[in-house]
Design a protein. Structure first.
Length: 474
């Protein structure tokens, strides 16, 4: 076996015993043949150190056990999108999206079509065995008419739709340059399959465009056939429905040769519209009175409460101070009722986990958010909520500082209830001092530079929040 394919699978049964020297695939499965050919072609082309193999959920989920190349695991159906990210981040890489029929043609169909139409040089190897192999033998988009599966026990019928012919579908798009369907049921077909894989990778290496190789593959386990009979089934049953051969083969001059990504801070800031001079700004002192070198916040409310906007303002202000900061929004179907939230992290050095399952600080704009996230706040943390809306906060965890302030009423007193989120930011600043007031206000002014008419209102809202949360003189 080639050097691209590990001879001992340390990730499979810790490399011990027979399992440490054999794949997890069933006897007679086509994946093993394609793995072998793919590994040997990668070695022949001399691109092992440039290759990134993307495998999502499916029978090939553990492909990274076996290939001694760059490997990325993708979510179900999202391998093409991940492959595109690798290609754009490192244009010199050879990126292969390796997918099964349930993954590529069902949950990942949108990504499959979109990335194919873009036409950037990536290679998709599509294993079509007409069944959901890994998850129990359910009906797949490519299952044949009359084929019995776990979810079509009487056979696929017209009410379940016709099987998808992915090679023909992809070939109709403008983006791809090479599309071929191959098979594995005899030596002659296996030679053709290997040649197709080699051609697809070569076209990518030359920067000519997107290639799609569909492989008709045996699944003896779910067909309940011997390996030999499974090969016969593919030849006699699948091939008439999925005709073999080249579906598209364009002669295209090499065109994809973009420069690699650049990481100079000045350039990155320039791309996002920031002042490149900010790249040379020195880091402000970390708010040592808060102790931790990494602080997490959760801002939550219903749609329209401004939690997402406030979270973005805080994140930008922290970055302007020179801290590492992250923001993860979560909208969900609750955005017009229930709770929509954002997780924010500040770190003196580097944010290691952008999520905030146990925040140091919670800002809650409505009762569902307080009820859901209040119990998750860390001990000695701060719970800050809108007492205008939340009149009965319920029982909150002990050992937390709780501050109830009328964000909405304070904003309404200024004539615009919608600025309650800025009121909350002012209250947060006064209650914690986690960022200087100047930093938050400067960010607010930058964000509103094209809406100067509402800037005084927002500045007044921030001041009202500060005043409300300021310690009472003794």
């Amino acid at each position: 076996m080639s050097g691209v394919f590990h001879t001992s699978f340390s990730l499979h049964a810790h490399g011990e015993g027979l399992k440490g020297h054999s794949t997890h695939y069933c006897a007679g499965c086509g994946h093993g043949v394609v793995h072998r050919d793919l590994a040997e072609v990668i070695e022949e082309l001399g691109v092992q150190d440039r290759t990134v193999l993307v495998s999502p959920v499916g029978c090939a989920v553990f492909a990274y056990y076996y290939f001694n190349v760059g490997n990325t695991q993708a979510a179900h159906g999202r391998a093409p999108a991940v492959a595109l990210g690798h290609k754009l981040a490192n244009p010199n890489s050879v990126v292969i999206s390796y997918q099964g029929d349930g993954d590529l043609a069902s949950i990942g169909l949108a990504e499959t079509i979109s990335i194919a139409q873009m036409g950037l040089p990536v290679t998709v190897v599509f294993i079509n065995n007409a069944i959901y192999g890994m998850t129990g033998g359910q009906l797949a988009p490519t299952s044949l008419m009359g084929q019995k599966t776990a979810t079509s026990p009487e056979g696929r019928n017209a009410m379940m739709g016709q099987p998808l012919k992915m090679a023909e579908l992809i070939a109709q798009l403008d983006g791809p340059v090479y599309v071929e369907r191959v098979a594995l049921f005899d030596a002659r077909q296996r030679v053709k399959a290997r040649k197709a894989i080699r051609k697809a990778l070569t076209l990518q290496m030359e920067g000519r465009g997107y290639s799609f190789i569909e492989v008709l593959s045996e699944c003896p386990t779910h067909l309940k056939l011997s390996p030999t009979d499974a090969e016969k089934w593919v030849k006699e049953k699948m091939e008439p429905v999925f005709p073999l051969g080249v579906k598209k083969d364009l002669t295209v001059e090499p065109w994809f040769n973009p420069p690699g990504p650049r990481f100079e801070p000045a350039e990155i800031l320039g791309y996002c519209g920031a002042d490149p001079a900010a790249a040379r700004r020195t880091t402000a002192p970390w708010p040592a009175h808060l102790g931790q070198r990494d602080l997490s916040l959760k801002l939550a409310g219903s749609g329209g409460d401004g939690a997402q906007t406030a979270a973005l303002l805080l994140t930008r202000a922290a970055i302007e101070q020179g801290f590492d900061a992250t923001h993860i929004p979560s909208y969900g179907p609750e955005s017009r009722g229930g709770t929509s939230y954002a997780d924010v992290h500040f770190a003196a050095d580097e944010v290691l986990n952008p999520a905030a399952p146990e925040p140091d600080i919670l800002i809650a704009f409505n009762a569902p958010s307080l009820a859901k996230f209040g119990p998750t706040v860390r001990e000695a943390g701060l719970i800050l909520y809108d007492s205008t809306v939340i009149t009965e906060p319920g029982e909150l965890p002990a050992g937390r500082r709780v501050l109830a302030l009328p964000f909405t009423q304070l904003a309404a007193d200024l004539g615009r209830p919608m600025v309650k989120n800025v009121v909350a930011l002012g209250a947060l600043q006064a209650a914690t001092g986690l960022l200087p007031a100047r930093a938050i206000l400067d960010t607010l002014r930058h964000v509103l530079k094209d809406k100067l008419a509402v800037l005084p209102l927002n500045e007044a809202a921030f001041a009202a929040g500060q005043k409300a949360a300021a310690p009472v003189p003794v």
